[in-house]
Design a protein around this ligand. Structure first.
Ligand SMILES: [Zn+2]
Length: 365
């Protein structure tokens, strides 16, 4: 295997395993650049952050993010495979691509997060200003200042995404696909959260692109959020999604046949292979909007259904969903379904979302 390596691949990358490299240096890695024999420029900007620029590239600037939640391993493994194939020159890129492994310390620990849920601290919610970040505080300094790794990482990832998009002239197609798996099973195995677009039309091209690999259920958000995908859409005008691709399992325990279509789509997207997708028709999709968010108000909060309930499960009106101190939450409307229930969130945070079907007629483009 080693003899096949281009001479330009630096020693630190060993057998082109960028995931192993990332897990070995989980907190930070100084910027390192090299060029493959096929001319592809490789810039490691930090641990888990690698930017590829092929000699000639098309009009798409694509960010592929995984591991923002450390224990959601299938997308991490998919991206690690793509990075390895690029480094070994088995995969010739046709577009600029930025790969991000979000939370390496949590990936090492096999947990969703060490201290903070990263998807609650984008769009500046980390409250770390550029001056502090410019000083590149060490983990110890950050900790002394009360900053978790996750908040620091959110601020840094924002900088890397900005650097990636702004390194080329404006007006190109930007995408930011933040790949996840969910804590629980789902009535619809694969689904995507489409961040709030502030009234702009939803993209038929993007909806049908993802439907071509089995993601035809979309949750269309109606309010700003602190997620990575909302940050990409709002701050950089990228086509951005939080993609939930199946159930979270530990490294090495994923059934990759269940992710094969998605992995192939990503491979085709970045290597210029024509992707055939159908013309947009609303009936080909399951489209939902958030009807209400239920927040945990006290430690007494409890969910009133089986722990292994699937996302998008529907209940009859009147069914009790959850109890909090002095409050009972019941289903108010036919068709209401629940998503992302989690009683273990911090006080004041979202414990679940209730969603209902929506039509997008006349609001797509
Ligand atoms: Zn996640």
């Amino acid at each position: 295997m080693l003899s096949a390596l281009p001479t330009a691949l630096p020693q630190v990358l060993g057998d082109a395993d960028f995931l192993a490299f990332t897990l070995k240096h989980p907190h930070f890695y100084p910027a390192t650049s090299f060029v493959l024999q096929n001319g592809t420029k490789c810039d490691i900007w930090d641990t888990g952050v690698i930017c590829f620029t092929p000699v000639s590239y098309g009009n798409n600037d694509i960010v592929l993010s995984s591991g923002v939640h450390g224990n959601e391993t299938a997308p991490i493994e998919i991206c690690a495979e793509l990075v390895k194939d690029i480094l070994l020159q088995k995969l010739q890129l046709s577009e600029r691509v930025l790969f991000l492994f979000g939370n390496p310390p949590a990936m090492n620990a096999g947990v969703r997060e060490i201290k903070d849920n990263m998807n609650r601290f984008f769009s500046g919610a980390h409250q770390i200003d550029a001056a502090v970040l410019a000083e590149a505080p060490s983990e110890q300094q950050a900790e002394a200042a009360g900053l978790s790794f996750e908040k620091l990482r959110c601020a840094r990832l924002e900088q890397y995404v900005s650097r990636f998009y702004q390194a080329v002239p404006e007006g190109r197609n930007r995408a930011l696909y933040d790949l996840h798996t969910a804590i629980r099973g789902s009535k619809f195995e694969k689904f995507a959260v489409y961040p709030y677009l502030h009234g702009k039309p939803w993209s038929e091209q993007q909806l049908t692109l993802w439907a071509s690999c089995g993601v035809n259920t979309f949750l269309l958000m109606q309010t700003p959020a602190t997620t990575f995908s909302y940050y990409g859409a709002q701050q950089h005008n990228a086509h951005a999604f939080t993609l939930e691709l199946g159930k979270a399992r530990p490294f090495g325990q994923n059934d990759h046949s269940r992710f094969a279509d998605v992995a192939l789509l990503l491979r085709n997207l970045i290597s210029g292979v024509q992707i055939s997708s159908k013309t947009f028709a609303e009936q080909d999709f399951h489209l939902f909007e958030v009807y209400r968010a239920i927040n945990k108000k006290t430690e007494a909060f409890e969910l009133c259904f089986a722990a292994d309930i699937e996302n998008f499960t529907q209940f009859a009106p009147g069914t009790v969903l959850a109890r909090d101190e002095g409050i009972e939450y019941v289903v108010e409307q036919p068709g209401e379904a629940l998503i992302f229930p989690n009683a273990k969130v911090a006080i004041g945070q979202r414990a679940m979302l209730m969603v209902k079907p929506i039509s997008v007629a006349g609001r797509t483009a």
